[in-house]
Design a protein around this ligand. Structure first.
Ligand SMILES: Cc1ncc(COP(=O)(O)O)c(C=O)c1O
Length: 360
């Protein structure tokens, strides 16, 4: 006899990227920031008063909410702080999707969405992206036709890195009759020249939620710290009803504030990642890989036409050399590798290894 709910027994869990603990591996598989957190975070941890841990944390992480409200030009009531972006997603699913209703996204997209939909007992409408990985014109219409109550668009998109414009997103928000969550996990790596900013859009549409995380842009994946921005009407039920009462622990609140306040340090890492993204892209193109322009901290590289090794074989060969990249066994992605942007040294070692593998 099984004690699990039927839908939990029948569903597949999320497949996370490999997290080796030996310090020698070059981790280009889970889109972390290759640079460590800045000195402000180390100082905050060193001065943290352990004696305060006998008390529960401030329930709604108000110190961080105040900082983020100022940074984004919104009110605190527009902000919800979460235990990583993943908790923000879970809250959106449990708050806005009735069991048995429809969740919608693009195909491909972040694979956790389908897992959360399954837990909630929802069906999934995954609308294929166009050949250039852009959102089809009839996206909102398809969502409305299926009666979708919540939709997620990752922007910049994963695994391709392609950026949808604010105009495209506004059109979807305007036409879609459910809640549109724009997952901006990778937004910090967007080139300033793109002038991408969804804050006005958030103010204009009461059905829009924006997801942010400190995991990537602020080098804090290990801390688990994310937040949602949206109309007070969308934020309030998650803040007061569906969230765990103390969802962000005291240490995370302290270090999250320290990382977020030291914008100058974070921006320095973003500039380095963008510049390495250009370099690595050029180097891969020269070797015959094909890939769209990425505005995220990774590249989705299609294997060269003349390569005798498959993408999965290449990922395995790289792995045997201590270099981890991500390969997806799905129809439109299985001839590609998703490669996170590393430090210049890591990227150089990747290229040497790829040259060896391609020459075989
Ligand atoms: C598209 C997307 N959204 C959200 C997340 C969640 O990030 P975290 O829970 O680390 O904040 C990730 C993590 O890889 C992601 O790729």
């Amino acid at each position: 006899m099984s004690y699990e709910r039927d839908i939990i027994r029948d569903m597949q869990g999320y497949t996370w990227g490999e997290q080796p603990r030996d310090g020698d591996a070059i981790k280009l598989n889970t889109n972390e920031n290759p640079y460590p957190p800045g000195p402000a975070v180390a100082a905050a941890l060193a001065s943290f008063d352990v004696a305060t841990l006998n008390l529960y944390p401030q329930p709604t992480a108000d110190q961080f909410r105040a900082l983020a409200a100022e940074r984004h030009g919104v009110d605190m009531e527009n902000l919800l702080v979460t235990n990583g972006g993943d908790e923000a997603l879970r809250l959106a699913f449990t708050t806005f999707l009735d069991p048995g209703s429809t969740f919608a996204t693009t195909d491909p997209s972040y694979s956790l969405y389908e897992v959360l939909a399954a837990i909630q007992g929802c069906s999934v409408l995954a609308v294929p992206l166009l050949e250039d990985w852009t959102v089809p014109r009839n996206f909102a219409q398809a969502l409305n036709d299926a009666g979708a109550r919540l939709a997620c668009i990752v922007n910049p998109h994963t695994p391709t890195g392609v950026l949808a414009s604010v105009d495209t997103l506004s059109r979807v928000a305007n036409e879609f009759s459910g809640v549109l969550l724009i997952d901006e996990a990778y937004v910090d790596f967007v080139d300033a020249a793109q002038r991408y900013d969804t804050m006005n859009m958030m103010r204009a549409f009461d059905n829009v939620l924006i997801l942010r995380t400190l995991s990537k842009g602020y080098s804090m994946a290990g801390l688990r710290f994310g937040y949602l921005i949206g109309s007070a009407e969308l934020i309030e039920p998650m803040l007061t009803k569906t969230r765990d009462s103390y969802n962000v622990n005291t240490i995370a609140q302290r270090l999250g504030c320290a990382a977020f306040e030291d914008l100058e340090y974070a921006e320095q890492t973003w500039r380095r990642v963008r510049s390495e993204r250009r370099e690595l892209r050029d180097s891969l193109l020269k070797r015959g890989f094909a890939m769209p322009h990425s505005q995220a901290n990774f590249l989705l590289a299609t294997m060269p036409d003349d390569s005798s090794t498959s993408a999965s074989g290449t990922a395995a060969e790289l792995r045997s050399r201590g270099i981890l990249v991500r390969h997806f066994e799905t129809p439109r992605l299985d001839d590609k590798l998703r490669i996170s942007i590393g430090t210049p040294e890591q990227n150089a070692r990747l290229l040497v290894a790829l040259d060896e593998i391609l020459a075989q």
